[in-house]
Write a protein that binds this ligand. Structure first.
Ligand SMILES: [Zn+2]
Length: 153
């Protein structure tokens, strides 16, 4: 998503957890504990992936996106589909997204990543460098260009 920023990737932590499991230092009972709420969120708002569950290897993982932020008011803490996220990203200035992967087969669940979405991301230009020229065209007062120069220093 184009306003995605401040991405925190938790895949390293996931590898550590899986290594602990292989070594027998933690049991599947500790890791495969998805709550009924999380599983419902996965069923109704989740995004299917073609990634196999690392634990049971019989189901594909589902990704659930939880949203947080003052602007969301009573929606804060709820799960949203990817389509809903892109609408919110164009409506709100800034909100936090937490992505959790869930296996509906064995209840494995893990925080995958977190990031910010929202219109504020358009002003500063995207970090990946793809949106740069487009973003500068969108700010009439030149704040986008100024912010980028500051960021480059
Ligand atoms: Zn599984």
């Amino acid at each position: 998503m184009r306003t995605q920023r401040q991405i925190v990737d938790y895949s390293l932590r996931k590898r550590v957890v899986l290594r602990e499991l292989l070594a027998g230092r933690v049991g599947t009972y500790d890791l495969c504990d998805a709550s009924p709420y999380l599983k419902n969120a996965a069923r109704f708002h989740g995004e299917p992936t073609d990634q196999r569950c690392p634990i049971c290897r019989s189901e594909n993982l589902t990704r659930v996106h939880y949203i947080y932020g003052d602007e969301l008011k009573q929606s804060a803490g709820q799960a949203r589909t990817v389509a809903e996220l892109s609408v919110l990203a164009m409506t709100l200035r800034e909100f936090q997204v937490f992505v959790v992967e869930v296996c509906l087969g064995c209840d494995w669940n893990h925080l995958v990543e977190q990031y910010l979405l929202g219109r504020d991301g358009l002003l500063g230009g995207a970090d990946d460098g793809q949106e740069r020229s487009e973003a500068s065209g969108m700010t009439a007062d030149g704040t986008g260009a100024r912010r980028r120069r500051e960021a480059q220093r």
